[in-house]
Design a protein around this ligand. Structure first.
Ligand SMILES: [Cu+2]
Length: 145
């Protein structure tokens, strides 16, 4: 009886839990796309426009896809005349503001891809925020040119 009760509690608490972690309201994400791979290159990047529709800053602390072993938030900066990327731990979108992830700037770096990314296919990208909430966005695979 005790076991049955535990199972019941687990079952009934699950929907609440799911609601807590999925956040579809605070971030509005548009124009999400991933760079198609060329030849044997096994890295790619994802770009998107993210609008924070709330009155408080939102911070993305982790990113995940099902197509790459390593998924990181990167920034691009010019150092000694050379464009260099580096991994940054998080991105904060100020309250009621929009940031753009784009070629030559902020991006989600995909490394050690499990498969080639082909034009007209889609991938799903999960963004995890400091409060534990997640946003899932579908990104179309495109050529950058
Ligand atoms: Cu990068």
């Amino acid at each position: 009886m005790r076991i049955l009760l535990s199972i019941l509690i687990l079952l009934t608490s699950f929907p609440v839990f799911a609601e807590e972690i999925l956040d579809t309201n605070s971030l509005k994400i548009t124009n999400a796309w991933a760079r198609a791979t060329i030849g044997d290159v096994n890295t790619s990047a994802v770009y998107m426009t993210i609008t924070n529709t709330t009155n408080e800053p939102k911070t993305i602390v982790a990113v995940k896809t099902s197509v790459a072993e390593v998924n990181e938030i990167h920034s691009t900066m010019k150092q000694n005349g050379v464009m260099q990327m580096r991994s940054i731990g998080s991105i904060t979108i100020p309250a009621n503001d929009t940031i753009e992830l784009k070629p030559g700037g902020l991006h989600i770096m995909l490394m050690q891809l499990y498969k080639k990314l082909k034009v007209s296919e889609n991938i799903f990208v999960e963004l995890k925020m400091t409060d534990g909430k997640k946003a899932v966005v579908e990104a179309a695979i495109k050529h950058p040119y």
